[in-house]
Design a protein around this ligand. Structure first.
Ligand code: CP
Length: 305
């Protein structure tokens, strides 16, 4: 029988069967969110703590909604309004939260490996909600769910991931998941934003966006992660957008049924032109909707059984 372990720390730790289990479970969770009364008693009596050391709109809100729709008690902690600002370490914060006996801690942190640290220390389940430039596994799972919803399968698809690959935990988790599930992945971006070793991950690097998107089924555009860059990696936003921004003209090189995705938040007019953002090709809000279902599925699989 396929099951998840105690924690969800990265796509790296999941088998294709475990990924399919999460996606299949999310299907029934999505149905709960479509009901008039969006609540089931599955996690009654369970406690979830969302511990966020970095800003978030989509991930934090969807984890909170996911917990509440499953009837868990959900507590949100932002580092900026907690005792972290008084100098408390992550380890001590974790120990103190554990003393209140939660079942699950959802952690977003600027340091790669922070969720692994808490997972080793604490008996609670830990979900990685993004650790530095390392992994964002729940984003990759919701992206996979969204693609599968439209294309029925991931097997055999060609997915382009374009933009600031180096600083993107979304790219790393998506590459890992898509390859495990039988998709082909091309990456594209300024050479200064694509790791030199990238082809060792099993992807193809295509420097020109027009060429990268030829025949692609899905294009994932990434945000420029200014907050993680040291020094300027491109001459100007205008030049970046000219070469690596997606617009109607460049989209002529893609298939007619191509899907455009973005993990958000979008820099409108930089990564994707406003007219494409509001076009039927773009399924960014489907990604957001499906984020709740994926996080409900993970909570159920980790602490509901
Ligand atoms: N995609 C994503 O992680 O968005 P937030 O930073 O708003 O959570």
């Amino acid at each position: 029988m396929v099951m998840l372990g105690k924690d969800l720390l990265g796509i790296h730790d999941l088998t294709p069967d475990q990924i399919s289990l999460v996606l299949d479970t999310a299907l029934s969770m999505k149905e709960v969110s479509a009901r008039e009364i969006k609540k089931v008693p599955t996690l009654r009596g369970k406690t979830v703590i969302n511990l966020f050391y970095e800003p978030s709109t989509r991930t934090r809100t969807s984890f909170e909604l996911a917990g509440k729709r499953l009837s868990a008690d959900v507590i949100n902690i932002s580092a900026g309004s907690s005792s972290v600002v008084k100098g408390e370490t992550l380890e001590d914060t974790g120990r103190n939260l554990q003393a209140m006996n939660p079942d699950l801690i959802v952690l977003r942190h600027a340091s790669a490996g922070a969720p692994q640290l808490l997972a080793k220390m604490l008996p609670s389940s830990i979900i990685n909600a993004g650790d530095g430039a390392h992994e964002h596994p729940t984003q990759a799972l919701l992206d996979a769910f969204t693609i599968r919803e439209r294309k029925q399968t991931l097997q055999g698809l060609t997915v382009v991931i374009a933009g600031d690959i180096t600083h993107s935990r979304v790219a790393r988790s998506n590459i890992d998941l898509l390859l495990k599930m039988g998709a082909t992945v091309r990456v594209c971006g300024p050479r200064t934003m694509v790791p030199l070793y990238i082809e060792k991950m099993g992807v193809t690097f295509v420097p020109r966006l027009e060429e990268a998107i030829e025949g692609a089924d899905v294009i994932m555009m990434l945000r420029i992660q200014m907050e993680r860059q040291r020094g300027s990696l491109f001459p100007s936003i205008r030049e970046y957008s000219r070469f690596f921004g997606l617009n109607r003209e460049k989209l002529k090189h893609a298939r007619d049924d191509v899907l455009i995705m973005h993990p958000g938040p979008v820099n409108r007019g930089v990564e994707i032109s406003p007219e494409l953002l509001d076009s039927p090709y773009t399924i960014i809000l489907d990604q957001v909707t499906n984020g709740v279902a994926i996080r409900m599925a993970l909570m159920y699989l980790l602490i509901g059984k």
